[in-house]
Design a protein around this ligand. Structure first.
Ligand SMILES: [Zn+2]
Length: 317
């Protein structure tokens, strides 16, 4: 009896042990299984999140691109509207564009810019383009090494390029005929090398009537003529060289008030780093000239009847 009792007890203890072991294992295994499942789920969620993020970025980027495209389209439309607005002043220019034939009773205005190119050349070209007019740039060689693209832009956008000495240093170029001749050759060759243009147009620094030359200007005019070049002075000055602080309204007035006096108008302006007033004045100058009856704006060429302060065409003394 006792033995049987002990035996039952042992079996109970044994069952209890088994329960405890099972219970222990359950406690141990369940969290591990849960962990494994959770990690699995976490990975799935991470992948899904990445997918969603990618999708979101794509949509957002598409949105930005669309917004950019929309604004570019808007700018195009505005530019179109602007060019439509400026079609009116271009009417006079058609005489030049179509066949170069300007009726005899038309006034011809030649806008000329000395001393450039400069930091403002591109802006001047932009204004000229806006109105569809061509001008003449009498350049020096000072910027040729550092900014050949400025010279090329003048030519590439259809304007006339003329010589205005290489150095623009009066005391040097007007010191002797030899110095003048050397400088003239230099600016001619620099323009040709930079732009491919064999320029025939010349403007003396200070004009042919300058009083600073140590050499007789007659002799220098002859040098220019003998090379087959034509020198152009001016009969209208914007006075923009008199003072950097000259207001654009004064520049506009100086030019426009002079136009009515002549049938052939060569207007002197400057393209230089301290002449921003000229850039500001240019749109109004062009608008007012184009608004005048029977008036055209043209670029100079070697066949244009020149305005010369000092004329030595007949080999004058
Ligand atoms: Zn000059």
């Amino acid at each position: 009896m006792d033995e049987e009792k002990i035996d039952r007890r042992r079996r109970r203890v044994k069952r209890l042990k088994v329960y405890l072991v099972v219970l222990f294992l359950l406690f141990l295994i369940t969290p591990s299984v849960v962990c494994v499942i959770a990690i699995g789920k976490l990975n799935i969620l991470n992948t899904r999140l990445e997918e969603l993020e990618n999708k979101f970025n794509k949509y957002e980027l598409t949105g930005i691109l669309k917004a950019e495209a929309d604004s570019a389209l808007k700018v195009d439309e505005e530019t179109e509207a602007l060019s439509e607005d400026t079609e009116e002043p271009q009417l006079h220019f058609e005489y030049y564009v179509d066949d170069y034939v300007v009726p005899d009773d038309f006034r011809k205005v030649y806008l000329t810019f000395d001393d450039g190119p400069s930091i403002y050349t591109t802006q001047i070209l932009d204004v000229l383009d806006t109105y569809g007019v061509k001008a003449t740039f009498f350049v020096t060689g000072r910027q040729a090494a550092s900014h050949p693209e400025w010279y090329q832009e003048i030519v590439g956008r259809g304007h006339a390029i003329g010589m205005h000495s290489y150095s623009h240093i009066y005391s040097d170029i007007y010191e002797s005929e030899e110095n003048f001749n050397d400088d003239l050759t230099k600016i001619h060759d620099v323009i040709e090398f930079t732009t491919g243009i064999d320029s025939r147009l010349y403007r003396f620094p200070g004009g042919s009537s300058n009083t600073v030359s140590a050499v007789s200007m007659d002799k220098l005019c002859n040098i220019v003529n003998e090379k087959g070049y034509v020198y152009f002075d001016w009969n209208i000055t914007s006075q923009d060289a008199t003072s950097p602080s000259l207001r654009s309204s004064e520049i506009i007035n100086n030019v426009v008030s002079g136009i009515g006096k002549y049938d052939n108008c060569v207007v002197l302006m400057h393209d230089a780093a301290d002449k921003y007033s000229t850039v500001q004045a240019l749109p109004a100058i062009i608008e007012q000239i184009l608004g005048m009856e029977k008036t055209v704006i043209l670029p100079l060429d070697a066949d244009t009847t020149p305005i010369q302060h000092l004329s030595v065409e007949d080999g004058g003394a």
